[in-house]
Design a protein around this ligand. Structure first.
Ligand SMILES: [Zn+2]
Length: 276
């Protein structure tokens, strides 16, 4: 049993007994870990914002190599991302990023690039113009899949490497565009619009932060449909992003509402002297 320190992002938490909490944290150094935070449900908690979903923090814990749960010793907040997000729509996209990591990644296998991608995506979600949030989420989905070894092939037939069909035929199962011959033998192939293919290609290759900064993607709904079909085919645990389904169920005028109940409590401001 070793006392280790990791930078991490809280994906979700569960209650444990009367006063404790289990935090599922995606860490840079140890992959996905489950940390037992004793006394975390007492108010005020000594962990403050550090155990809120979306928070990026530094976590010190006793790593037991043969166990599923590790005892948390100390947690310090680096970025209280959840407390910076005010609108429901933005919160849904931030939660979609956590949900994707939770679905596609398991076990204590570290992947620093993936951690950095998640951190960059959450940073971008907090500041991006609302209109570019769908593009940002799609870019994140595509780039997570790429880092995990499933990069959609768009430059040549994903099956035989031959010249692409003029009809822009994408196969979720083959993981990319196809030639006419291979597409003829492949059920479930989708013909993409020119705009959707251009958007797909851009979101796959540009840094995820830029997806939010510079552009709104045309036909985001069409691209999202294809990307989610692709993810469902290659990742058994992926069933679509629940966070975005909840968003679609809201009437458009509610989506930019400020959050109320979803917001974590304000941290104690220990540096401010009392007014007298
Ligand atoms: Zn082919």
């Amino acid at each position: 049993m070793a006392l280790v320190s990791s930078e991490g992002i809280v994906l979700k938490t569960h209650a444990l007994g009367e006063t404790s909490r289990i935090a599922v944290v995606y860490t840079r150094e140890h992959g996905l870990v489950k940390l037992v935070a004793k006394g975390a449900r007492k108010t005020p908690s000594r962990f403050g914002f550090a155990l809120e979903p979306l928070t990026r923090g530094r976590y010190v814990y006793y790593l037991k190599t043969d166990r599923d749960l590790h005892l948390l010793s100390q947690a310090d907040t680096i970025a209280p991302t959840g407390s910076r997000i005010q609108e429901l729509e933005r919160l849904a996209h931030a939660e979609a990023a956590l949900e994707l990591i939770d679905r596609l990644v398991w076990g204590e296998e570290p992947h620093a690039e993936l951690f950095d991608l998640l951190a960059a995506a959450l940073e971008a979600v907090t500041v991006a113009p609302a209109a570019s949030l769908p593009a940002l989420t799609i870019a994140f989905e595509l780039q997570v899949a790429s880092l995990l070894g499933y990069r959609p092939r768009l430059d040549a037939c994903a099956e035989c490497g031959g010249a692409l069909s003029q009809r822009r035929l994408f196969s979720p199962a083959r993981g990319g565009l196809l030639c006419d011959r291979c597409a003829g033998e492949e059920p479930g192939t989708v013909a993409l619009s020119a705009d959707a293919l251009a958007g797909l290609s851009l979101l796959l290759t540009r840094p995820v932060g830029e997806a939010g900064e510079y552009f709104e993607v045309r036909r985001a709904g069409e691209i999202l449909g294809v990307v989610e079909a692709f993810l469902k085919y290659h990742f058994q645990r992926f069933k679509g992003l629940r966070s975005l389904e909840l968003l679609r169920a809201l009437p458009p005028e509610r989506r930019s509402d400020e959050t109320s109940s979803a917001k974590p409590p304000a941290p104690r401001n220990e540096g401010t002297p009392c007014a007298t």
